[in-house]
Unconditional design. Structure first.
Length: 481
């Protein structure tokens, strides 16, 4: 197999790098590509399902859409801010956490992130299987391993193929789902029985808002994975803006569509409701829409597999240095695939309750991490890192960086009273009628505490190491760490 370093040929090839630094000579791509990448990346069945929650709890369409727009708009802000880290550092997202947590302390957010990736893979594979079974035979015992194998192949090719596919999928998704949305807001209300009377429900509004926010915040764990090949001096404002527009627009659109479908077709799941609604355009168009959505979902499953591989290798490297070769990438992807397959096969048929709990757990685990990571990048170190030291367990960032670990732990604990999941409702959430606003104390306390602990951080050794770091990185640009 051959690999291409610079990605300039215009055709996707097998990516050679994984957790290592991307040298300046290999940087390529355009900032605006982040827009369609994250639009397609968020325009999937799982996003649609988030919009089913509010109406399912008695919230009207209008209030559901307002909660979705507010939640997605808020959550995407944090996600988009991470995009700037890619070109500035030339590293995947999660390995950057070593600067805040240490090479071994970073295992805390790494473990949480792997949980998120596997969850996304599992639910994605389930939904794609449901879509394919509309037109093709085969049980989950055939489709689950087949789809996971396809996602691994996509992830082996890596960065350039993923960008290429996502960019072209955007145009197809906009065209097909514009028609489905038009049917949902014009034909569906007249063609189906009036929805069950719904209105304002404080608990439902807050739950819908939290789920929308938490869902988009969860993308924070792999934002710079897909911006790290951009030129180092790419415009920060344009990069953040394109990322925000792509991810927020697709989330608000598809979640709102889910809210409309759930209101007029109570009890139907996402796949069935899309088929029914699309068929109002012409018989069979609903199936076409679902199959287009399945392609997008499968592509994103490849993205999740890719991210899980990067995070897993980063975690192992913190305890036992590894050389990130293509063979190691394939091995890591295979392990991720096997674990995801086992979880998917073990999941009950009625998975919606499991999905809602999964999205909330993502919120709990990732909120303290994103707060610590962003405060460090924008307020403490202001984007200035000794990149080579991130790969050195004995370097300036150490094995255990207590400030980041403490801030994460305290932020997580502060959220517990606000938890509202099927097996535990905290006292604060109970007082709010079961509503979940855990992301508010999580962000404020984890981010605020880290700033207080790190604001006077002695950085003289890091500054010295930083001067040497870039020369070292570029000198070995033909190698991998």
């Amino acid at each position: 197999m051959t690999s291409q370093r610079n990605g300039e040929s215009g055709r996707p090839t097998i990516e050679a790098r994984s957790i290592d630094y991307v040298p300046r000579a290999e940087r390529h791509g355009k900032v605006w590509h982040q827009g369609p990448f994250w639009f397609s990346g968020n325009f999937v069945f799982l996003t649609l399902m988030v919009g089913f929650v509010g109406p399912g709890m008695g919230l009207s369409i209008l209030w559901s859409v307002l909660a979705i727009v507010a939640g997605a708009g808020f959550g995407t802000l944090f996600m988009a801010l991470h995009a700037n880290q890619g070109p500035k550092m030339g590293l995947p997202q999660m390995i950057q956490s070593r600067a805040q947590f240490g090479s071994r302390g970073a295992i805390v957010p790494f473990a949480a992130t792997l949980f998120v990736y596997v969850g996304f893979i599992v639910f994605g594979v389930i939904l794609v299987t449901q879509a394919l079974q509309l037109v093709l035979p085969g049980s989950k015992w055939f489709w689950y391993p087949t789809l996971i194998a396809v996602s691994i192949v996509i992830a082996v090719f890596g960065y350039d193929l993923l960008h290429f596919v996502q960019r072209w999928l955007t145009y197809l998704l906009i065209g097909v789902f514009s028609i489905v949305t038009a049917m949902a807001v014009t034909v569906l209300p007249a063609a189906t029985p009036a929805p069950v009377e719904a209105g304002w429900n404080t608990t439902a509004f807050l739950v819908q808002l939290s789920l929308a926010a938490g869902y988009n915040i969860s993308y924070s764990v792999y934002v710079s994975d897909y911006s790290r090949y951009l030129p180092e001096h790419s415009s920060s404002s344009k990069l953040i803006c394109w990322t925000y527009l792509g991810a927020a627009a697709s989330a608000a659109w598809l979640m709102s569509l889910g809210a409309v479908l759930a209101s007029y077709i109570p009890g139907a799941d996402g796949i069935v409701s899309l088929v029914q609604t699309g068929d109002y355009f012409f018989k069979g168009f609903g199936t076409i829409a679902v199959l287009v959505g399945a392609v997008a979902q499968l592509s994103v499953t490849g993205i999740n597999s890719y991210g899980a591989m990067l995070t897993g290798i980063s975690a192992v490297d913190g305890f036992r240095p590894v050389r990130p070769t293509i063979r190691l990438r394939v091995t890591g992807l295979t392990v991720v695939g096997v674990v995801s397959l086992c979880v998917a096969l073990a999941l009950p048929e009625a998975y919606m309750a499991s999905f809602n709990g999964f999205v909330l757990l993502m919120l709990y685990f990732l909120i303290p991490w994103t707060a610590v990571n962003l405060v460090d990048f924008y307020a403490i170190r202001k984007g200035e890192y000794a990149i080579a030291e991130i790969f050195n367990p004995h370097g300036v960032y150490g094995r255990w960086a207590w400030r980041g670990v403490v801030a994460y732990a305290v932020g997580f604990v502060a959220m517990i009273p606000f938890f509202s999941i099927p097996f535990f409702v905290g006292p604060a959430a109970e007082a709010l009628g079961g509503a979940d606003i855990a992301f508010i104390p999580g962000l404020l306390i984890a981010g605020g505490l880290y700033y207080l602990l790190a604001r006077n951080l002695e950085r003289s050794a890091e500054v010295t190491a930083q001067r040497q770091s870039q020369m070292l990185l570029e000198r070995v640009s033909g190698q991998t760490f």
